[in-house]
Design a protein around this ligand. Structure first.
Ligand code: M6R
Length: 617
């Protein structure tokens, strides 16, 4: 996820771009860059790694001129967050500049088709600049060139392109990534998010997939990929600026909850490599692997280390790895790991899980493992984070920036990632056939739509939250894949609503915790389809008999048993694999915690005593 801003027809274009980028910095702040065109001369590009402030400082020593330009703030996906990987990217003559939000899946293949081109970055984006430059050199107009190149791209992208020979023109295109355009008082604007344009125009158009728009001071022309005129989605923005940064959501947490379909699709995207070996079958691959891939085939034990929400996704990760790779897995609180004597050797894989990739406890556990010569795989969201850099292999969740302290999309994308990691280790150990991997992956592609369906429960969860906002104590219970979700549900509730909540394995209740149940206690029971369903139904009856109100989270088609025993029932679609079901179950619990906190008037995005990234031990 990155932020794009473009403007054509304003003398203060640079200022407008920088102000727009400031509003989009929530979309990523690994680097920032701008390009301005000034009548035929090579394009003027300034870009810097790090936050927008670095770019602003660099611009103090430059004198960029021009009424048309583009800016970008980056959330790194391909290539580390450095100056040279910062956008805009250009051809060697700086005639074409391109900024991009998304992932171009076939960039390596396209790059291989340009054997003589000189590339100066590790990004997937730069290939677009070379391809557009070649088209224009061959006689195409800039819009035609962009259409021709976009037809060859696979993946998700919003692209914004400028050429030195057409200094007053910006051409934009998109597929599965947002891009808004607008025109007012002889000025054309484009941006990833309306927040960057709202002070200039409130009448905007959202470009649809595979549309290309040409922006000049004279107006904007929208076409399809064949160049035929077509219509974008026009709308009027009546939010204020603060709401616009959150795309109309009241809080970042809610926005991030609703981003989960896209985030999960991005996690699962592009995981199979090209066909290999005598059988010609595609194999799963990691984002980065700095050790012999064969080493994963020789591991005989796995430790997963993490904190907080990442720890709970790791508990599902254990189940996935044991199921597919057939190797024993221990999950350990990262802050405890190095204070005992974990038995580690080069055949022990340590998976360190962290949204930020900067959590001190998790970093220290990974360092401890590497000191003992155990290979470390990082499962992280932030590209180029310390944990990613200092690990032997990396799996990125590609969830995009998570701003709210309460982790939501980072959690469900970690769950999705663990399904792939389980299969990857199964593949490395020769325990799953590629046909099985292909079959499971294609069934998992249903997840984003199923998550969309679950998000429709928002109003239901808001109503239930109102109903239960003041209960003194909430207990979450679950079994197997339901247990980590129960634990995450309790963590979400306590961290943002400050309501006392705990989670227990449902089978453990009778060994002690059931003594806590009294009239008025709320028990949230995770009872999705699966081999522990019948046992959960019994556990629900046990707590209900002792005075608890039961809110059950179940599966479509199994309502019968649950309805008879739960006071409230929330039904979910059936997941394509039992190990994928936690992804669906986590979402109503996120919504529940969110709405309880709203009902109690708490500070949702910045709860007391907490920080987004915990860099102290
Ligand atoms: O960045 P990390 O995943 O390493 O962070 C770990 C925890 O601090 C984090 O998950 C925390 O528990 C969340 N705020 C929970 O919502």
């Amino acid at each position: 996820m990155c932020g794009i801003v473009g403007v054509t027809g304003r003398e203060d274009a640079l200022d407008v771009i920088l102000r727009g980028l400031r509003r989009l910095e929530y979309r990523g702040y690994d680097s920032a860059g701008v390009v301005l065109a000034d009548g035929g001369a090579p394009l003027q590009i300034v870009k810097r790694g790090g936050k927008l402030a670095n770019l602003e400082a660099a611009l103090e020593d430059e004198s960029l001129v021009g009424a048309t330009g583009i800016g970008h703030t980056r959330w790194a996906t391909h290539g580390a967050p450095t100056d040279r990987n910062a956008h805009p990217h250009s051809d060697p003559d700086q005639r074409v500049a391109v900024v991009h939000n998304g992932i171009i899946e076939n960039w390596e293949e396209l790059k291989a088709g340009l054997p003589d081109a000189e590339f100066s970055s590790e990004t997937d984006t730069e290939v677009v600049a070379h391809l557009v430059a070649a088209e224009v050199e061959g006689g195409a107009t800039l819009p035609d060139a962009v259409r021709a190149v976009v037809r060859r791209l696979q993946g998700a992208f919003a692209l914004c392109v400028q050429h030195a020979d057409t200094p007053g023109m910006i051409v934009v295109a998109k597929r599965e990534a947002p891009l808004i355009i607008g025109h007012a008082d002889g000025v054309g604007y484009c941006a990833s998010d309306v927040a960057a344009m709202i002070t200039h125009t409130r009448d905007v158009s959202a470009l649809l997939d595979d549309q290309v728009a040409e922006l000049t001071p004279e107006g904007m022309v929208v076409t399809d990929l064949d160049g035929a005129p077509t219509q974008a989605h026009d709308y009027h923005v009546d939010w204020d600026l603060d709401a616009a940064e959150k795309q109309g959501y009241e809080h970042f947490m809610l926005k991030e909850i609703h981003e989960q379909p896209q985030a999960i699709a991005d996690t699962l995207r592009d995981r199979l490599g090209p066909a290999e070996g005598p059988s010609g079958t595609p194999r799963l691959h990691l984002d980065e692997c700095r050790i012999e891939e064969g080493e994963f085939g020789r591991i005989d034990k796995v430790f997963i280390v993490a904190c907080g929400t990442s720890l709970y996704s790791s508990m599902v990760g254990k189940l996935a790895i044991e199921h597919w790779a057939g190797v024993p897995v221990e999950v350990e609180v990262a802050s405890e790991f190095r204070y005992r004597d974990p038995i580690l050797d080069p055949h022990t894989l340590v998976i360190a899980v962290s949204q930020s990739g900067e959590t001190s406890d998790t970093m220290a556990a990974a360092t401890h493992a590497r000191d003992q010569r155990a290979p470390v795989m990082a499962l992280v969201n932030v590209v180029g984070s310390t944990l990613a850099r200092e690990s032997d292999a990396v799996f990125y969740t590609h969830a995009g920036p998570e701003v709210a302290v309460a982790s939501t999309k980072a959690f469900t994308t970690q769950l999705a990632a663990f399904l792939v990691i389980g299969l990857y280790l199964g593949q490395a150990r020769g325990r799953v056939f590629s046909s099985e991997i292909g079959d499971i992956l294609s069934r998992l592609q249903r997840l984003p739509d199923q998550v969309r369906q679950v998000l429709e429960l928002d109003d239901t969860m808001a109503r239930l939250a109102q109903q239960y906002a003041d209960v003194p104590y909430t207990m979450f219970i679950g079994r197997h894949v339901g247990l980590p979700i129960a634990m995450e549900g309790a963590l979400k509730l306590k961290e943002i609503s400050y309501q006392h909540a705990e989670a227990f394995p449902a089978g453990e209740m009778k060994h002690g915790p059931i003594a806590l149940i009294e009239d008025g206690s709320l028990v949230v029971a995770l009872a999705q389809a699966g081999h522990t369903f019948a046992k959960m139904v019994s556990n629900i009856q046990e707590v209900r008999a002792r005075g608890a109100s039961v809110l059950a989270i179940g599966t479509d088609g199994l309502e019968g048993d649950l309805k008879a025993h739960a006071h409230d029932l929330v039904t979910l679609p059936e997941a394509s694999h039992e190990l994928a079901s936690p992804i669906l179950a986590a979402i109503p619990l996120q919504l529940f915690a969110y709405h309880v906190a709203v009902a109690r008037g708490e500070d949702i995005d910045q709860p007391r005593n907490l920080a987004k990234t915990v860099t102290v031990e």
